[in-house]
Design a protein around this ligand. Structure first.
Ligand code: GAP
Length: 529
């Protein structure tokens, strides 16, 4: 589906729409309606279960979104968080120079001086995409943070956080004090970040206010002991820098063990890269052949990173691979910068007396982009029928409950809805229109199960106290006793559970108590939407 078509569908269903729509919208800002907000929450809950669930020493916190200037100065964002901006001197529109140069320089312009970028714009005869003029200004670095005047006098400068990560670095010393005094320690934040993007575009892909889910793992670089054997055989779709420079775009399948061979990537990095890949494949349900782990070169990496692979999905609506998240090895960059900036020693004393400045591995994820990707990849149209084939546990509504004939069956259908909700299943009653229309509405919203109460439920025959349970994808219907309905739905809505990084915890199947053969565990579904 084309992006405009997909957005029109999402808007029509009240999933997402431009902020301040009645005023013509605001570039790079969107609001989520009930289904969109519920889906985004489910994506965030699934992320939390998968990544914060890696260890009992990983925690989610909820810090403020505004940062004092000293923080963003120390973090390097004041100096380095820039994009090269050019202005068309004819029509006065502003553009990112790297976007204008995308065709001639697909690797981007990171690392080039403004004068070199200006020379490229000139030599490649780049024209304004709006008016076609070649009168483009000399590129200038444009800082993407939103600054605010703080307090009554307005003299204190503060910034909306450009990444949630900073809040976790600031929290580290406090979390160390209140915790077990042991590494690795994980601190996660799921919340809004703000960037004054020069060219907000591609709908949910380049927003000015967006959600990030980021886990910062603080670890001792001399000992990060992980059960690597649980991922060693996993084949990953990687596109390494050397193959990219040879013109390749498709990934090659390489076993995790091969990537982490002596002289290759560190095991701790590959372990989390594999874990992250499994999240996209096994939890978000994205087909493996649509995923790519894209290695960034020295010039392309964010200024704080030592190793960076972006997780990309191939999306029809946006015409190619797009970044949804990443695995960043940030070394000791953040704690040493904040140590210098605050004048506090952020190193810690480990059991045994050794002092260490922890390194950081960051697992970063974009729920807004992912919501779009799940619409692109899982919405199917088949003639008149549109079905959103979301994994069941992500669906905003898990079960639609319908009375076949509202006048006769509404009361029981309402009771049944209440019972499902009380059991932690997001259920919605729908008694409007024909049963076919109700199925169609549920299919388009991604509701995996529909339960119908009919005359047989209430009658004295063999189907007394049974309901029909319809499966969204196969359209198959079967009768289920009311007593069996909740356990069956709960089982079908279970979220896959992550491999633990703590060796002592092993990895057991929560239902059978047996270790899972693929290294995964099962947990009960998160409840409520
Ligand atoms: N803490 C690291 C960091 O912020 P990033 O690559 O700039 O790294 C991480 O952002 C993720 O945040 C991206 O992979 C993407 O999913 C999401 N993201 C970044 N900028 C975004 C934007 N303007 N609109 C929507 N999502 C964005």
């Amino acid at each position: 589906m084309k992006s405009e078509e997909l957005f029109a569908l999402l808007r029509r269903r009240g999933i997402v729409w431009p902020t301040a729509e009645i005023y013509g919208g605001a570039q790079g800002l969107y609001d989520y309606g009930p289904l969109g907000a519920a889906l985004k929450r489910r994506i965030e809950e699934a992320w939390t279960a998968w990544f914060v669930g890696l260890s009992h020493d990983y925690y989610r916190i909820d810090p403020a979104e505004i940062l004092p200037e000293a923080v963003v100065r120390a973090s390097g964002h004041l100096e380095n968080f820039t994009d090269p901006e050019v202005t068309c001197e004819n029509c006065h529109n502003e553009f990112r120079a790297d976007t204008l140069l995308e065709k001639v320089r697909p690797e981007g312009v990171d690392g080039l001086a403004p004068a070199q970028i200006a020379e490229l714009v000139r030599s490649e005869k780049v024209q304004c995409p709006r008016c076609g003029s070649s009168a483009l200004s000399v590129p200038r670095p444009f800082n993407m943070m939103f600054g605010l005047d703080f307090g009554v006098t307005g003299k204190e400068r503060v910034y909306l956080r450009p990444e949630t990560a900073q809040s976790s670095y600031l929290a580290f010393p406090r979390m160390w004090d209140v915790g077990r005094h042991a590494l690795p320690l994980g601190i996660a934040v799921v919340g809004r970040a703000y960037r004054n993007e020069i060219a907000p575009r591609q709908l949910l892909f380049r927003l000015r206010a967006f959600t990030q889910a980021e886990l910062q793992i603080f670890f001792d670089p001399a000992s990060f002991d992980l059960p690597f054997e649980r991922v060693r055989e996993e084949r990953l779709p990687v596109l390494r820098v050397d193959r990219r420079t040879a013109g390749e775009e498709r990934p090659e399948w390489v076993a995790a063990g091969e990537l982490a061979r002596p002289g290759g990537l560190p095991e701790f990095y590959v372990f989390h890269l594999a874990h992250t890949y499994r999240f996209y494949r096994d939890v978000l349900g994205i087909a493996a052949e649509r995923l790519r782990l894209f290695e960034k070169s020295d010039q392309e990496r964010a200024f704080y990173n030592r190793i960076q692979f972006d997780v990309e999905a191939e999306l029809e609506s946006l015409g190619g691979y797009k970044e949804l998240g990443a695995v960043h090895y940030r070394g000791d960059y953040d704690l040493s910068r904040h140590g210098e900036g605050s004048g506090k020693d952020l190193s810690v004393t480990l059991n045994g007396g050794r002092r260490v400045l922890p390194h950081v591995l960051e697992l970063t994820f974009g729920p807004d982009r992912t919501l779009w990707a799940l619409a692109d990849l899982h919405l199917r149209t088949d003639g008149e029928r549109t079905v959103w084939q979301l994994p069941a546990y992500l669906a905003p509504v898990a079960a639609g409950v319908f009375p076949l004939i509202p006048k006769a069956h509404a009361e029981l259908a309402h009771h049944l809805t209440d019972d499902l909700v009380a059991a932690g299943i997001v259920a919605r009653y729908d008694g409007t229109g024909t049963i076919g229309k109700r199925y169609a509405r549920a299919d388009e919203a991604g509701t995996p199960f529909c339960v119908t109460v009919d005359g047989e439920t209430l009658g004295p025959g063999p189907n007394h106290d049974t309901v029909t349970l319809r499966d969204r994808d196969s359209k198959a219907q079967r009768r289920v006793s009311r007593g069996e309905l909740i356990p069956q739905l709960l089982a079908a809505l279970r979220l896959p559970r992550p491999v633990r990084t703590d060796r002592s915890l092993g990895h057991r199947d929560a239902e059978s108590g047996e270790p899972g053969d693929d290294g995964s565990e099962r947990v009960p579904p998160a409840s409520g939407a």
